[in-house]
Design a binder for this molecule. Structure first.
Ligand code: IPE
Ligand code: IPE
Ligand code: MG
Length: 246
């Protein structure tokens, strides 16, 4: 449990987003193939998801594969998809943990067997009452907005929506995380300070936490550090701090 005693359990972020970065550098440091870094990263993901479930996080969104990651060598892409395949086949990964698994991103272009496994995993875990994990696979924030815009155009054509009804809520209702709270806290390990197309719409008022730790080395105590930092922030959402007068 480590530092958990210091966490204010009444102020745990409802939704945490994590950009699981640094697998390649972790492997390189050990003279291992990049795929070994991705395997180690998958194992870290399982540990962190369980920990989030334990401390009462409602939603955890993890960036596993971006719409830009197809630029990588085919063998690396294949190894990442294979790790995903293995993870999904072992349903104990989420079922026994009372974790609900959901996928965000454009899954339509993924291999057919993975699409099927995703469907099964989502179905099998849909009655779980604990943490909701959004696994972002072939996810891009801009691509997500494009999908939402297309849906809005369709809904307008079908008479479901009028032009006047197009507002922020209408867009939020048509993105992958519809119905979920926006991320309170976004974590990026590995020493990079960018979003890389992660949750662009949803992160308008997220708090950010960066660390040099490479994702496979990320431990629950690092999550504690991130949450402790979050709990010291003053979230104003454009307003003034409570109790302050003009
Ligand atoms: C993140 O680790 C995993 C994916 C992007 C799929 P990287 O593979 O980007 O690791 P680095 O950034 O090269 O160290
Ligand atoms: C972001 O990491 C995507 C994932 C972690 C899945 P990248 O390694 O792809 O990001 P860049 O290329 O450094 O921006
Ligand atoms: Mg990277």
């Amino acid at each position: 449990m480590g530092k958990q005693a210091q966490l204010d359990l009444s102020n745990i972020p409802k939704h945490i987003g994590i950009i699981m970065d640094g697998n390649g550098r972790w492997a390189k440091k050990r003279f291992l193939p990049r795929s070994a870094g991705h395997s180690a990263g998958a194992s870290t993901f399982k540990t962190i998801a369980r920990y989030c479930n334990k401390i009462g996080v409602q939603v955890l969104t993890v960036y596993a594969f971006s719409t830009e990651n197809w630029k990588r060598p085919p063998a690396e892409v294949a190894s990442i998809l294979d790790i995903l395949r293995k993870y999904l086949k072992d349903s104990t990964n989420f079922k026994d943990e009372n974790i609900r698994l959901r996928f965000i991103g454009d899954s339509s272009v993924l291999p057919a067997d993975i699409i099927e496994l995703i469907h099964t995993a989502e179905e099998d875990s849909k009655s779980a009452t604990g943490l909701v994990v959004n696994l972002a696979v072939n996810y891009g924030g801009r691509d997500e907005v494009v999908h939402a815009v297309r849906q809005i155009v369709k809904d307008c054509k079908n008479g479901v929506l009028t032009e006047e009804q197009i507002n922020e809520q209408a867009i939020s209702a048509r993105i992958y995380t519809a119905g979920q709270p926006d991320p309170d806290l976004i974590i990026r390990p590995s020493g990079e300070y960018r979003l890389s197309n992660f949750l662009l719409w949803q992160s308008a008022y997220s708090e950010f936490w960066f660390s040099n730790v490479l994702w496979p080395d990320f431990k629950p105590r690092h999550l504690d550090q991130a949450i402790l930092s979050y709990q010291q922030r003053d979230r104003r959402f454009g307003g003034v701090h409570a109790g302050e007068n003009a």
